[in-house]
Ligand binder design. Structure first.
Ligand SMILES: [Zn+2]
Length: 308
């Protein structure tokens, strides 16, 4: 199948968008990167000298919960210092104007929520840095929207203000200084199983490598997709070759849905070659591109949508 000859034509995309009612977005790290946040999910992502992917596992937490908590405390702090960008606001505004728009995000930084994206039209596939949950498999304690930074005195080094100058690094990332060793007793414990005198540690409410996605969330997405034909799938800031975006894009293409790729490398030759007849690809910064793509529907972003 030959790719759409107008794959990066903004007017052609806008014509398609005007005819689209049921729209699904799948957002990934590139959208957070537009807000200045590293997401560490890609291969080779380093935090200090640690491979970030190796810290995002249940095994790492079991072995050294203090180290894993410091990594997440740092990410909580950086996410709190970051701001939602034009892309987050455009998606939130689209959701408010179109009740048939559903946004799925792999990002755990809470920036969609802070852009006032309607909660019923937002599925956080990988959870949130600001949800705490009990690490015991037999305890269901969950605490949403805990924005404390530092979370506890032992994690205070992660909550130091980030330097504003690009030549300076956050003191916690300075590998010439060793990380403080944090004993488990100094980390937050579950208030629910405390009563049984076997209080487990609280852990970040994110999906770690090797863990399944929340089955209720997946079931609700499947039900939404199955209900009626989806007109358009926006794949934003993530490769459409990697799951979960790959699954949704493939499912959509099979039934003739238009897949729209927004990513830094979206217009590279190999990626364009894979496009279908109804697909689009726009390369660039996710925030900037989304602003242009959704502009006719949501109005021009002037930095003032919603409260930040
Ligand atoms: Zn518990």
């Amino acid at each position: 199948m030959a790719p759409n000859p107008d794959y990066n034509n903004l007017a052609a995309f806008h014509a398609k968008l005007a005819r689209s009612r049921r729209i699904l977005a799948v957002c990934g790290a590139g959208l957070s990167a537009s807000s200045g946040l590293a997401t560490f999910r890609g291969a080779g992502g380093l935090w200090r000298n640690y491979e970030a992917m190796a810290l995002a596992t249940p095994e790492a937490f079991e072995k050294d919960p203090g180290l894993v908590w410091m990594f997440y405390a740092y990410r909580r702090h950086m996410a709190l210092q970051a701001k939602p960008n034009a892309g987050h606001y455009a998606l939130a505004e689209l959701a408010k104007r179109n009740p048939e728009f559903l946004c799925l995000s792999q990002n755990v930084d809470h920036l969609h929520v802070r852009a006032n994206h309607p909660s019923t039209q937002l599925k956080l596939l990988h959870g949130s840095l600001f949800t705490l949950k009990c690490s015991s498999p037999t305890c269901d304690y969950t605490e949403p929207e805990n924005f404390a930074s530092p979370l506890c005195p032992a994690l205070a080094p992660a909550a130091v203000e980030a330097p504003t100058s690009p030549t300076e690094i956050h003191p916690l990332l300075d590998t010439t200084h060793p990380l403080p060793q944090i004993p488990p007793s100094s980390l937050p414990h579950c208030p629910q199983c405390k009563q049984q005198e076997t209080a487990s540690l609280l852990r970040p409410g994110v999906v770690w490598f090797g863990e399944p996605l929340d089955s209720d969330t997946l079931a609700s997405i499947d039900a939404w997709i199955a209900r009626e034909h989806v007109d358009m799938v926006l794949v934003v800031g993530t490769s459409s070759l990697v799951w979960p975006a790959a699954g949704f894009a493939e499912q959509a293409r099979r039934v003739g849905t238009s897949v729209v790729h927004v990513n830094l490398d979206a217009e590279e030759v190999g990626n364009v070659r894979r496009l279908g007849r109804e697909d689009f690809a726009f390369a660039g910064d996710a925030a900037e591109v989304l602003g242009r793509l959704l502009g006719p529907v949501v109005g021009r972003w002037d930095g003032g949508w919603g409260g930040v």
